[in-house]
Each structure stands twice: as structure tokens, then as C-alpha cells.
Write a protein that binds this ligand. Structure first.
Ligand SMILES: O=C(O)CCC(=O)C(=O)O
Ligand SMILES: [Fe+2]
Length: 234
């Protein structure tokens, strides 16, 4: 694996996709654990206001916090670790491992940035691992806007509108997607039985741990810790 070249690509585009990064058998096991935890019809955890307004229907789970060790090998994989270091530099830190589950017939996730983009040095890195195939039939494709990690605030507008130059990602089991938190991104509606992704978030040195507390949507800024719309956007 040419780590320097991948890191360069990440910094050019604001995201990076590598297929077949993890072995199918190990990944299948994680997917089984995830289904065991959620079942197919878990309850929402976000407030109704958030779900409505953010047009984002996803339920989080933090298995490593529950000391479920099965999820730890991902972060310990040498290439995964070294690629992170090449992107974020020395003294980067892992934040948490968050599984995100979406039920059949739900909206996916509207356009957003995971954290405010005003300070270009302060951002989170999403290290997404896909444990089942995303397909056009299933829905739930991840959409990114290349180069938008350097373009400031996501423009106000409709939550799920197609934007010119957007790129549709259709990750398969074992694919990883590294995605800059300032990159504009969303997830398409889920037509199949369910959709999951697992995010091993990380940050460069000197970044507050609560960097992803405020997310930017096209119609608002939202603070998760207080379940509050802190800015309406028109
Ligand atoms: O699940 C995905 O493909 C993207 C999720 C996302 O928006 C994030 O992890 O910040
Ligand atoms: Fe996100």
C-alpha cells in the first residue's frame, strides 16, 4: 500500500476510498454483532426535532465503550493506523468507534459537515468501515462533494438536494472510506432491510474531544450535547 500517495489523495479530495481493505470473514463477524445488538427495528435515540429537521435517521452504538473487544482489531491494523498518521500527523488521537444503523424505509442522512469549518485546523477524521455491501438496490450510498473540505460552510438549501459535482460512493463489505469532517457529505435513503456503517473517528493533535458536538446542516447548526438548534439557516 502506498500510504503517502493515499494521504495525498485524501488531502486533495477531502475523502479516500480503499476497497477490500479488510478481510470478508472478519468483517462478517462484526456485521453479525451489529445485527445482534440492534435487531431490525431499534428505537430512535435522537430527539424528534432533530430527526425531522435534520432529515437524518440513524441510531448510534458505541461497542468499544461497552468493552466489546471484537471491534478493536480495526484500529490495531497497521496500515489503518499508519494511513491515519500520514493524514493527521504525529500525536493524532482516536475519539471513539460509533456504529450507525438505519432502518428500512428511512431517509439516510442529509447534507452536513460533522463540525464547523471556520477553523481549518480543527476537524474530525471519519474512518468508516462498511460491514455489508451497499448497492443501488439497497440504497444508503454515501455522497461526497470532492474538495469541499477547503470550501468553507456547506451552502444553505434543501437537505437532500443533488449538487453538481457530487460523487456517489457505493462501498462494499471490507471497503474503508476516510472522510474529512469539513467535507460536505450525506447518505441516500435506505430501501433495503437495513444499512450500517462503523466510524472510528480520530482527530489531529490539539483538537477538542467534543469537536463533533456541533454539526452543520443546510438548514441549521445543531448541538448534540444539548439537543438544540443553535442557528437557523435560510
Ligand atoms: O455512514 C456513512 O457512510 C457516512 C456517515 C457520516 O456522515 C459520518 O460518519 O460522519
Ligand atoms: Fe457525517
Amino acid at each position: 500500500m502506498d500510504i503517502a500517495q493515499y494521504a495525498e489523495q485524501f488531502w486533495k479530495d477531502g475523502y479516500l476510498v480503499i476497497e477490500d481493505f479488510f478481510e470478508a470473514a472478519r468483517i462478517d463477524h462484526l456485521n453479525e454483532m451489529i445485527l445482534q445488538h440492534f435487531g431490525l427495528t431499534p428505537n430512535w435515540e435522537h430527539s424528534d426535532e432533530f430527526i425531522q429537521k435534520a432529515a437524518t435517521e440513524v441510531i448510534p452504538w458505541f461497542p468499544v465503550r461497552e468493552e466489546i473487544q471484537d471491534f478493536e482489531f480495526i484500529e490495531k491494523t497497521v496500515d489503518f493506523d499508519q494511513l491515519t498518521q500520514a493524514i493527521l500527523g504525529e500525536e493524532w488521537q482516536g475519539l471513539y468507534c460509533m456504529v450507525m444503523f438505519s432502518k428500512q424505509g428511512t431517509k439516510g442522512q442529509a447534507w452536513h459537515q460533522d463540525c464547523p469549518p471556520e477553523n481549518t485546523q480543527q476537524f474530525n477524521l471519519n474512518r468508516l468501515v462498511y460491514t455489508h455491501d451497499i448497492t443501488p438496490k439497497l440504497g444508503g450510498q454515501t455522497i461526497v462533494y470532492p474538495g469541499s473540505h477547503k470550501m468553507g460552510e456547506l451552502p444553505a438549501g434543501l437537505p437532500h438536494e443533488d449538487l453538481e459535482n457530487q460523487v456517489v460512493l457505493t462501498p462494499k463489505k471490507g471497503t474503508i472510506v476516510f472522510l474529512h469532517g469539513h467535507t460536505w457529505h450525506r447518505v441516500l435513503p435506505i430501501k433495503g432491510t437495513y444499512r450500517v456503517s462503523t466510524n472510528y473517528r480520530a482527530v489531529p493533535k490539539n483538537t477538542p474531544e467534543d469537536i463533533t458536538d456541533i454539526a452543520v446542516y443546510r438548514n441549521m447548526r445543531y448541538r448534540f450535547s444539548t439537543s438544540e438548534v443553535i442557528e437557523e439557516r435560510v
